[in-house]
Design a protein around this ligand. Structure first.
Ligand SMILES: O=C(O)c1ccc[n+]([C@@H]2O[C@H](COP(=O)([O-])O)[C@@H](O)[C@H]2O)c1
Ligand SMILES: Cc1cc2nc[nH]c2cc1C
Length: 345
């Protein structure tokens, strides 16, 4: 698949912002991650004082064949019910995005819904993936189509002037998919990586581990072939999110990763095109054991640790104010020179 070109960071602007941040009236480095966020935003936008006032959340939705194997605490119908909830503005992500002043865009890239509410961006590639322990979850064509959905959605948001993105998902069964993908790319064992997702009991957790191991045994996925691995294991919303990261990088838009599923999609995107990494920010650390391992593989540091395990981009929406804070610091703080003091060297 041919990927769009990704612009490099504006290194000179980053140096300029770093210099400015180091002259602000505070001990050097004392604003920690806020400083790093401001500097990278400056590098992405090519502006010493970046602007992220227009924010948007993308929720990629899809269903999974493996959900019929007792791997989730909830039935697959919940994916469709939550799509309706999102467009009514009543889900957690709607509340958190409203608080942060961000718009929410819901994309159906593969749910089981036959009738998709009109407020949803309906880009359904197919109704759910195939069961990954029985056959390949998606054809190569379906995989590419789902990635392109993500790229196109970002192109449209870029036209509207969106300056900061958060990416999340909804899909019953998708922590099983994310764990399988994490095992392929991190080389850690499935039992180390698997978690309780929506809240499964010990018996279901054992079933989840076994079905993932069966899928890996069947497909023998090769971590050097990310597109192929994505077809083998799924899912449609994971591919859609990988497309969002690629599209955001190509459009020069910073993009926040949410929980374990959106982070494995980010790792896939980076495996496909390493320069995507420059545009990614981690928002929080999920309870799912695979999440820390994946963030580590990406070299990303989460901002929030609040015991979250929801998805929907909820953790990313909570981190939006940190981005506003990072920009405000650079824009509004006095420098040592303003106080008539020498700057630290
Ligand atoms: O973001 C996370 O780290 C996260 C952790 C656990 C569960 N989820 C959400 O819960 C659903 C997947 O859980 P499960 O148990 O059905 O695999 C899916 O809709 C995700 O958005 C999300
Ligand atoms: C109710 C519900 C809401 C969700 N949002 C993201 N994943 C979810 C899973 C469930 C079960």
């Amino acid at each position: 698949m041919k990927l769009p070109k990704i612009p490099p960071l504006h290194v000179e602007t980053m140096e300029e912002t770093t210099k400015h941040v180091n002259q602000l009236t505070k001990p050097l480095g004392s604003l920690g991650q806020l400083e790093q966020i401001a500097i990278r935003l400056a590098g992405i936008q090519g502006k010493k004082i970046p602007d992220v006032s227009r924010k948007a959340v993308i929720v990629m939705c899809g269903d999974h064949g493996v959900a019929r194997s007792g791997v989730s605490a909830y039935p697959p119908e919940v994916t469709g019910l939550m799509i309706h909830n999102f467009v009514q503005g009543k889900a957690a992500i709607n509340v958190l995005a409203r608080l942060a002043g961000a718009e929410v865009h819901v994309v159906d890239v593969g749910s089981y819904l036959s009738e998709v509410p009109k407020q949803v961006i309906n880009k359904k590639v197919r109704k759910g993936t195939r069961h990954f322990a029985e056959e390949e979850a998606m054809t190569e064509e379906e995989t590419i189509q789902a990635i392109e959905v993500g790229i196109e959605v970002v192109e449209q948001l870029k036209q509207k002037g969106v300056q900061l993105l958060a990416v999340g998902e909804m899909g019953i069964g998708n922590t099983t998919i994310a764990t399988a993908l994490a095992a392929v790319f991190t080389q850690k064992s499935v039992s180390e990586l698997a978690g309780r997702g929506t809240g499964i009991n010990d018996h279901a957790l054992q079933q989840k581990i076994e079905v993932i191991e069966a899928a890996l045994e069947r497909h023998q996925p090769n971590p050097d072939q990310p597109l192929r691995v994505l077809s083998q294991l799924g899912g449609l919303e994971v591919a859609g999110m990988a497309g969002v990261y690629i599209g955001a990088a190509a459009a020069g838009i910073p993009v926040m990763v949410d929980g374990v599923i959106s982070t494995v999609a980010a790792l896939l995107a980076v495996k496909m095109e390493p320069s995507v990494r420059n545009y990614l920010f981690a928002s929080h650390l999920s309870v799912e054991p695979a999440h820390a391992v994946l963030l580590d593989a990406l070299g990303l540091q989460p901002i929030i640790q609040a015991g979250l395990r929801l998805g929907e981009a909820s953790g990313a929406a909570l981190a939006f104010p940190m981005f506003d804070a990072a920009v405000a610091i650079v824009r509004e703080m006095a420098t040592f020179a303003d106080l008539g003091l020498p700057s630290p060297k």
